[in-house]
Write a protein that binds this ligand. Structure first.
Ligand SMILES: Cc1cc2nc3c(=O)[nH]c(=O)nc-3n(C[C@H](O)[C@H](O)[C@H](O)COP(=O)(O)OP(=O)(O)OC[C@H]3O[C@@H](n4cnc5c(N)ncnc54)[C@H](O)[C@@H]3O)c2cc1C
Length: 377
């Protein structure tokens, strides 16, 4: 008999959310993390409305600002602002959020061990879940999430400026395959830039440029940190037998937005459901988790890759589509969790999304080897 029903390696948002759900349902859970909490993690700390809705409890105690305004720019030249009727995102700091989630897991009954790690193949549990992020070892140890590409991002904190309160600034196409952002926190603002993996060497200069463009003193930067963004390519295996990976360990970051907490919380929910079925004898293995990911997360990932390709190849045309009020309505519904994925939009909203996909298809053809525009790019 194994000591634990479930062992989880990594207590970030994904690991702690899974531990909370499993422990609440009565499973005996071991949750390990190599760090001591509170600990920080490079992240914008923006919890979208749809991510917050996925948690079985409120994160209000660690929310520092609530965003209902989007300011979107294109390469520091064009800009538009849209206001939403309901919150788009909740701004927190990962030091606070992750500690809060860990405490929730412990309160629910999970046995939490900090400053501890283990080989995912050697844990004394009926079910093992790898949730140790993109630099963890569990995916490799379990032979899962093998087909993942990495983006990169660099972020820093700057003195608080009231003009950024309640708003989220996104500056599109300043970095290939990505964007710059400004997020408000309680006593500072977080500014970052991120994009394709090979853009790494450009990030420092672009972060400076982003600050200068928005009247923020680049030399006031504190805690400047870079980190990788793992993005799964389709069909990558995330479960085998009674083992699975979730969150960044599974490469579930959205290719367009670079967000990963929604996917972290959702994969935690899906793996917990599959694990409870195994523990109750209703299923032999975690195969249902893989199926659920393909149904609930893969359509979003696919849409993210398509939109990313459109922005990357034809930023002007894609930006023009993005600034249409109808496109913002779709984005709003997605961020607030009222639309599971863009393909499920209806009427004119679906037409706007299809227009972006059409740009993406042209972009795909244009980058095919031998095409005239590929040769000129
Ligand atoms: C610069 C940047 C900005 C971002 N901004 C946002 C944003 O605003 N909103 C958003 O939704 N997403 C954002 N993301 C993505 C988001 O940070 C991740 O998707 C999210 O942290 C994934 O959570 P996780 O629990 O899967 O992994 P992590 O948060 O990485 O947690 C993994 C945990 O595993 C532990 N660990 C690692 N190795 C081991 C080991 N060997 N043994 C034991 N424990 C181990 C770590 O200590 C850590 O606690 C951003 C990412 C970056 C890089």
């Amino acid at each position: 008999m194994a000591t634990y029903d479930v062992a989880i390696v990594g207590a970030g948002p994904a690991g702690s959310a899974a531990a909370y759900r499993l422990a609440t349902a009565g499973a005996s859970v071991l949750l390990l993390d190599k760090a001591t909490f509170p600990r920080d993690k490079p992240c914008g700390g923006g919890v979208t409305g749809r991510a917050a809705r996925l948690l079985p409890f409120s994160i209000e105690p660690v929310v520092e600002d609530v965003v209902d305004r989007l300011e979107c720019g294109l390469r520091y030249r064009h800009r538009f602002t849209r206001r939403a009727r309901a919150p788009l995102a909740y701004m927190t700091q990962r030091r606070r959020l992750d500690h809060f989630l860990l405490q929730k897991a412990a309160e629910a009954g999970a046995e939490v061990r900090e400053r501890e790690t283990a080989d995912a193949r050697e844990l004394d549990a009926r079910i093992v879940i790898g949730a140790d992020g993109c630099n963890g070892a569990s995916a490799k140890q379990l032979g899962l999430a093998e087909d993942v590409v990495h983006g990169v991002a660099l972020e820093a904190n700057f003195p608080y400026e009231k003009r950024y309160a309640r708003g989220m600034v996104l500056e599109i196409a300043v970095i290939r395959g990505g964007y710059g952002w400004i997020f408000p926190k309680g006593d500072h603002i977080n500014v970052g830039v991120g994009g394709n993996g090979e853009e790494g060497p450009m990030l420092r200069a672009e972060l400076r440029r982003m600050c200068e463009a928005y009247g923020i003193d680049p030399d006031a930067a504190q805690d400047t940190r870079g980190y990788r963004l793992p993005m799964r390519l389709s069909e990558t295996r995330l479960a085998r037998g009674r083992t699975a990976v979730i969150g960044d360990a599974a490469g579930l970051v959205d290719p367009l937005s670079g967000d990963g907490m929604y996917e972290g919380f959702l994969s935690a929910k899906l793996v917990a459901e599959a694990a409870l079925d195994v523990l109750a004898g209703r299923a032999e293995d975690l195969g249902a988790y893989q199926t659920a990911v393909e149904q609930r997360i893969t359509p979003l990932t696919r849409a993210g890759w398509q939109a990313k390709r459109a922005f990357e190849r034809f930023p002007g045309a894609t930006y023009a589509l993005a600034r249409l009020p109808v496109t913002f309505r779709v984005l709003q519904k997605l961020l607030q969790g009222d639309l599971p994925d863009p393909a499920q939009a209806r009427g004119v909203e679906l037409a706007a999304i299809r227009a972006i996909y059409a740009v993406s298809r042209v972009a795909a053809r244009a980058t095919e080897p031998g095409s005239r525009s590929a040769a000129s790019s």
